[in-house]
Design a protein around this ligand. Sequence first.
Ligand code: ADP
Length: 565
Amino acid sequence: MGNALDVLLLGRARFHELGMRGRVILSQIPLNLTMLLVCLVAAVAGPEELGDPRFVAGQGMALALFAACVALPWAKLPYGLFLVIPFLDFVPIGFVASSASDTLSGLGLLGVFPVMWIAGSGFRPRIFVPLAGAAALLTIWAPVLLSGAATPHSLVARVVGPFILLAIGVGTSVMTLSAMAQQARVQELLERTETREQLLDTVLETADVGILVLDGEGKGMLANERHAEVYSAATPAEGAPLDAEPGMLAYREGPDGTVRWEERGLERVLSGTHVESELYRLGKGPGARVVSISARSFHNHAGRLGGTVVATSDVTDVVSAVRARDRFLSTMSHEFRTPLGNILGYAEMVLEDSGLSDSSRSDLEVIVRNANHVNQMVEDILAASVTGEDASAIRLPVDLAELVRAASDSSRAEASRKGISLTATASAVLPVLADRTGLVRVLDNLVSNALKYSASGTAVRLTALREGPWAVCRVEDAGIGIAADEMEHVFTRFGRSSAALDSEVPGTGLGLALAKEVVEQHGGTIECTSRVGVGSTFTVRLPLRSEGPGSNPPRRPAAEHGQHA
Ligand code: ADP
């Protein structure tokens, strides 16, 4: 009973946790308790009722119904059968109510218990709530009808009580249905949240990237095992921290592997800064790891910093492989330079000898041409091995139009040797602030590519003009072209198109990558539009030199790699 009261007083949450039998008993208890109270009141106030057979029968039936609630195996019976009890409850209520004297008038309102039970069960309310109202009416009318003294007037006079019960039933039913709908929704949300949580856990543990989620104050909320593994190199004490602890050994990596400056990377991340694939070194000594950190902050609906997600991938092996490659390329090209210089020097010296036969001269020219070609490749490799460095920090005023004319002049001999017509159209002056050597290299590369990947009888056109705030140079050819899906690839180091590989034109795949680096270091862009078998157009845009102090550099135009339609 104590438990039952507990449940009664503490509300529905625990009621729903009960089994079927418990719920049936609990729903019946209020009526039986009230019936008991009616007995006590009758004993005090109207003892003559205690002797009334209807009163006794009603009380007995109520007890019998309670016993049925306790005894019947409700869990095994079909759901909904429990409604038999509240409907049967109307019989003892009818008996007790009809026995009531004036002292105990209004006992018909005991019907509120079965009505609320029926309505509160939420089981087929459209059928059972009106039936409960009808049963309440019948409870009140039956004694009058049975007495044979029923008149329309006496029947109508008794309608109000049952109507109130019906209204209570409807109200209870509406509230129950709404609560049930809400509960179903909560249940659904709960299940969805659980599924998402499991999904998140699986994603976190499957990812080969360390993931850390920080709240708005920078406290760790969530981290996967990989995060702990990656950051273990950065923690002097045992155990990886979930948030950025003071003393964490995180250093910003310089492009060449030197530690540029010491900085608590995560602190910057916590302040809401957007971090995109920045290299950090975690820890010191041989156990140090190089990691790439990306971080994004998110804001909550109030617009405040809601938290930050930090993704860390261990790129130690990749970085050391790239550095080993660059070191190798650099050493190799340095080693090539001296003997190549000697070959070229001596060959040119012999060429100056006027007594040389025509055939020896022509042979020597082939040697010089090829040695020059190898020399150019060595220079490219050497430039490429200086990873990510802006070698051209010192910029001087340069005329791009003049550079374009010079590039055309220096390639004219090569063009005519290949039977390609090379023309250059350039505006008067296109002042840019640039590293001259870098730009000459870019233009030479574009022109030599245009000649290299074009057949005899075609034309290569160079143009240099002003377009808004930009100095623009275009190199157009009618050569082999580049497939759309290879466009990005040819701008990466060692990237060569399949058409170029098939044509067996020699190359390193470094020129365009270097050109892109140089142009971007100048705040410009390089783009290509091309169609296989039709030709290519490379466009370089550089900011025109600002006219006066305080003028801003132009915004980069969006890249337009792709094919002409
Ligand atoms: P490479 O030494 O191979 O010419 P580049 O970096 O200069 O290296 O060029 C990369 C690749 O881009 C080339 O291998 C070639 O496939 C493609 N490419 C560059 N310029 C042209 C062009 N004008 N026409 C067709 N393909 C080109």
